[in-house]
Design a protein around this ligand. Structure first.
Ligand SMILES: *Cc1c(COP(=O)(O)O)cnc(C)c1O
Length: 833
């Protein structure tokens, strides 16, 4: 169990619906009702359930009020379609946003219960992999806080992202059964279930009355999509939006009757189909795996979400489908939900009886697409035969979309077949989902300025030339409610005191008010003291979870994010190996003791990533147990990195590692969370790092490495020769040889593959695809600058304060306002309780 730094909540304002005495009574009643126990016999987990139910009671009143406002004012609604919502724990965040965290913590205190322990009982709903899923969660929080009507639409995976255990230095994946004890905040809405059809074939039937052909899917299998609603609480505004996640249930109840009717096989099949669809979240981050089940998941939640959105729209708008785009917008988070374009067309044409042209006009106005990566392996393409077999009618629609679009291309670019080749939706037997999203939507956006520029100039150049009006940039952001107010209460309170207002909670630009204190030694010391408290909290967590003692007086240098070659955890650990050699050769060298902290899950099938985890742990074993370096260097791998421990980690970090190969990280959002918590960034000019440098000034970051331009120039020329570096840089050569000479693996040649991939390349890849060695020296020099800078504590604190003061742009509130203004065109609503 971990300890949180507790302090008074920053805002004095209270929730109208909250009454301490009533709340206390309700907790006791809930324990009785749920568990037939008195409070003194209840377990911490049971108390968590009871407290959550009491909080849900407050939420439900505001939730009803929000929906009454929806129905009274009939606003435009954005449906944020995403395969992932990495929401993190709800209890603490809900209390913060309901503005009764402090009061609830006091009530519990009076009952002899520690709120931190109660919060720790909640499983992290790990319904996402990493940044993309966390972005979706931050966006929902911001939409509620800003007062915009929205639904998040996703899947209620039975198993979220696996839990990571480290055994003998290796990652072990353990199933994450987050629903085991029931999830207290969800509400099943069986009345909104939708039928979803798969397979079969399409029969063309002449409709005599309407004088047209009808396309009827027959011999299909189907399941019910049944929604569960989770409340998304706005900060202090009574607004509760909904995250709607779909579960699957069989349509035919499995029973003996169907056996008698000869439907036995079909009943079993449909039951299995329902079970399998929502069974598990695919654990790949930025990597596409063309699995049929994944396509089923995509169609399942997209079709259900659109069907329900249209029903709701029709109820409120006299069934007038022609103006759907005035009230409904579907934002597609990456290509995963882009089948929405074809499904909306199918519904409008087949079920709403619209002509193709009108349906297309409505669809392209309703849909919008966010691109999250330029890496080839992440671009989704589905083989035509698989797609056709699974979704025969939707496939016909995709074909027609493609036919018409190719005609358009040929009209605009006669005899330029390369244009068809790059932009067609169907090409060489594959359906290219990004292309469909661009053609079928009103908007395409990248997630940081550099990323959008690369899309426009390179990856999507032809589309940009043909339809420039669709393109825009929306630099990602994060919610300060979770990542400062909840994660770092000491710093949150301090910020409020310094700038004399808690207005930053709903308008992060106000945090600029800190800037004037950057040179004040008293304030610098206050900041360093708070950082120290947070480092103590993390040290305690590490001791409890890893059994390692870390010294909070050392620099906490942190890289936490998914494990991916482009993120270059490998370069980081190679640098640690290099430092270790330096220290061994010269134990008295001028070096500020540093703890290098890693946290990362690797996709279960990603071999190189898993080897990197083993390498980090092997280096940790050697370095941490070498008495001759006097504890100047430590390496810690924090198991099972996820939102809940991320909150503790960011608050305790001195140095933020954002070292991706330039051009590869579309935006990054971890970088912003560190900045918000006063860590200094060592990073490449990649993703949103570029804009962070622009906000805070390059002199307040540690920037190194090749630019995106340089990287792309090397790539265009087939890479570089790592042996040039190997031969000229003795220190790095030694580190590389230590990968294969037994220094870090007594068990044989564990790291041969990493060695080979760096120097020689593999059958598939050129050597050092991600330029680890090429950027190594520049990285080591930047690390040396970090180490030197930390010795001047006042100046370090000054830089940290300037970083915090400059973080305003990176609130997801700002991002959402941009989406609203340029793409969604929503109006704010006001909810009264
Ligand atoms: C923010 C966040 C991420 C994304 O981190 P990046 O450094 O941007 O890749 C991933 N996982 C969790 C748990 C996060 O909170």
């Amino acid at each position: 169990m971990k300890e949180k730094v507790t302090s008074v909540e920053s805002t004095p304002a209270k929730n109208k619906l909250f009454d301490k005495a009533v709340f206390k009574k309700e907790i006791q009643e809930n324990v009785k009702l749920l568990f037939r126990k008195t409070i003194d016999h209840a377990s911490q987990e049971e108390i968590f359930q009871a407290v959550s139910l009491a909080v849900k009671d407050i939420i439900v009143d505001e939730w009803l009020a929000t929906h009454k406002t929806y129905n009274d004012t009939n606003p435009k609604i954005v449906y944020y379609l995403s395969m992932e919502f990495l929401i993190g724990r709800a209890l603490g965040n809900n209390l913060i946003n309901l503005r009764c965290y402090k009061e609830v913590s006091e009530v519990l205190d009076e009952m002899g219960i520690d709120i931190n322990v109660v919060e720790d009982q909640e499983p992290d709903p790990a319904l996402g992999n990493g940044g993309l899923g966390r972005l979706a969660a931050c966006f929902l929080d911001s939409l509620s806080t800003l007062g915009y009507p929205a639904y998040g639409c996703g899947i209620r995976y039975k198993y979220g992202l696996f839990k990571q255990k480290i055994e003998n230095g290796y990652q072990i994946e353990v199933p994450d059964n987050w629903l085991k004890n029931g999830y207290p905040f969800e509400i099943k809405r069986a009345e909104y279930k939708q039928e979803i059809k798969f397979g079969g074939y399409v029969r063309v039937v002449w409709d005599e009355q309407a004088h047209k052909n009808r396309f009827v899917q027959t011999d299909y299998q189907s399941v019910y999509a049944v929604p569960y609603d989770l409340p998304i609480v706005g900060y202090g505004n009574n607004m509760i939006n909904t995250l709607r996640i779909w579960d699957a249930e069989p349509i035919v109840e499995f029973n003996l009757e169907s056996f008698d009717k000869g439907n036995y096989t079909k009943a079993v099949e449909q039951e299995n189909l329902a079970k399998s669809i929502v069974e598990v979240l695919y654990p790949n981050d930025s990597h596409y795996s063309g699995k049929e089940l994944r396509l089923k998941q995509q169609y399942f939640f997209v079709s259900a979400s659109i069907q329900r959105a249209i029903q709701k729209y029709k109820e409120l708008n006299n069934n007038d489908i022609h103006k759907l785009y005035e009230k409904v917008c579907f934002q597609m988070n990456d290509t995963h939900p882009t089948i929405a374009v074809a499904e909306l067309m199918r519904i409008l044409v087949d079920e709403e009886d619209l002509e193709w042209d009108e349906a297309w006009d409505i669809t392209t106005k309703c849909c919008a697409y966010t691109n999250h990566t330029i890496m080839a392996e992440a671009l989704e393409k589905w083989p035509v035969d698989l797609f056709m077999r699974l979704l025969p009618r939707v496939y016909q629609i995709v074909e027609e979309i493609n036919r018409r679009f190719v005609n358009q291309i040929e009209e605009r670019y006669p005899n330029q077949y390369n244009k068809v080749k790059s932009m067609a939706v169907i090409y060489e037997g594959q359906i290219r989902m990004a292309n469909m999203a661009i053609v079928g939507g009103s908007s395409v956006n990248g997630v940081a300025r550099l990323h959008t520029e690369i899309l426009e100039k390179r990856e999507l150049k032809d589309f940009y030339e043909m339809m420039p009006e669709k393109f825009s940039n929306k630099t990602n952001g994060i919610t300060q409610c979770r990542f400062l107010l909840h994660a770092n209460p000491l710093q949150a309170e301090w910020v409020t005191k310094k700038i004399g207002t808690d207005g930053w909670i709903t308008d992060l630009s106000q945090i600029k008010g800190l800037e004037k204190y950057a040179d004040d030694p008293t304030v610098q010391k206050e900041f360093m003291d708070i950082k120290y408290q947070n480092k103590l909290r993390l040290a305690k967590y590490i001791k409890e979870h890893n059994g390692i003692d870390v010294d909070p007086n050392t620099i906490f240098d942190v890289q936490v994010k998914r494990l991916h070659e482009y993120k270059r955890q490998l370069m980081n650990i190679l640098h640690v190996m290099y430092l270790y050699n330096q220290l061994k050769a010269n134990p008295n060298m001028d070096f500020y003791p540093t703890t290098f902290i890693f946290g990362a899950k690797a996709a279960a099938g990603y071999k190189r990533a898993k080897e990197t985890i083993k390498l980090i742990n092997s280096v940790a074993d050697v370095v941490n147990n070498d008495p001759t370096i006097n504890g100047k260097l430590k390496v810690v791998f924090i198991e099972n990195y996820r939102v809940s421990n991320a909150e503790i980690i960011f608050a305790a970090s001195d140095v933020s590692e954002q070292i991706s190969t330039a051009s590869k990280e579309a935006s990054g959002t971890g970088n912003m969370k560190f900045m918000l918590n006063g860590a200094l960034t060592i990073g490449t000019m990649d993703g949103a790092n570029v804009e962070m440098a622009e906000e805070v000034g390059e002199e307040n970051m540690f920037i190194f490495g090749m630019s995106a331009e340089e990287v792309m120039a090397y790539e265009a020329n087939g890479g570089y020769n790592p042996y040039d570096i190997y031969n000229s840089d003795g220190d790095l050569r030694k580190v590389l040889e230590q990968l294969v000479d037994g220094t870090y693996s007594k068990e044989g040649d564990l790291f041969n593959e990493i060695y080979t991939s760096l120097l020689k390349g593999t059958g598939y890849d050129r050597p050092d695809v991600y330029f680890n060695l090429k950027d190594f020296r520049s990285y080591a020099q930047a690390q040396a600058r970090v180490n030197k800078a930390y010795k001047d504590r006042n100046n370090w604190a000054k830089m940290a304060i300037l970083n915090i003061a400059s973080v305003g742009k990176f609130s997801s509130d700002r991002t959402i306002e941009e989406y609203v203004k340029d793409i969604w065109h929503l109006e704010k609503i006001t909810v009264n309780v």
